[in-house]
Design a protein around this ligand. Structure first.
Ligand SMILES: [Zn+2]
Length: 171
């Protein structure tokens, strides 16, 4: 038993581990060309996720076949995931007009696309507490739980059951 464990350990080549790790990182493209004045905030929100998790990476594109489409409108910010890592985000101007932070909004809505639910009411340390944290909250970073859940979702690469998707998260 001890010998077997030792052999497994000794003979597990680094070369076999590397491709597995690389394959686990899922790249998602987002097209924010319709995000108008929120384009920079969306890019920052995407970078927040890129610096917070390793199993998924958000990359900007102008392609119409992007995984995530992000537009601006005059409503309340919302997201409609169609599957894990795909869907649409509306950067509604109503929230920024009331004083909510656009980068936090962008990161929050992208969080929905990455499989996160709303967690309201909640503290500013929670990204998914959304507007419930108040207009003074400008934190765009997911907390430890939110990060670990996104990591787990993309590590397992499980696609949610059909009923979980296509609902619209308002806020
Ligand atoms: Zn939300």
């Amino acid at each position: 038993m001890v010998v077997a464990v030792g052999l497994v350990s000794l003979h597990a080549p680094a070369a076999s581990a590397a491709p597995v790790a690389a394959a686990a990182v899922r790249t998602l493209t987002y097209n924010a060309s319709g995000a108008a004045e929120f384009k920079a905030a969306v890019d920052q929100g995407a970078q927040v996720w890129n610096s917070s998790v390793v199993n998924v990476r958000l990359v900007s594109t102008t392609s119409s076949s992007a995984n995530i489409r992000i537009v601006a409108d005059n409503g309340w910010p919302r997201a409609q995931p169609t599957s894990l890592g795909s869907g649409q985000v509306w950067m509604g101007r109503q929230a920024t007009a009331e004083g909510h932070d656009p980068v936090r909004i962008a990161a929050h809505e992208l969080g929905h696309i990455l499989g996160q639910p709303d967690r309201k009411p909640g503290p500013c340390t929670s990204l998914m507490s959304g507007s419930s944290a108040g207009t003074s909250c400008k934190n765009p970073y997911p907390n430890a739980r939110e990060k670990s859940e996104v990591e787990a979702a993309f590590r397992s690469a499980k696609v949610g059951a059909a009923g979980e998707w296509a609902r619209v998260f308002v806020d």
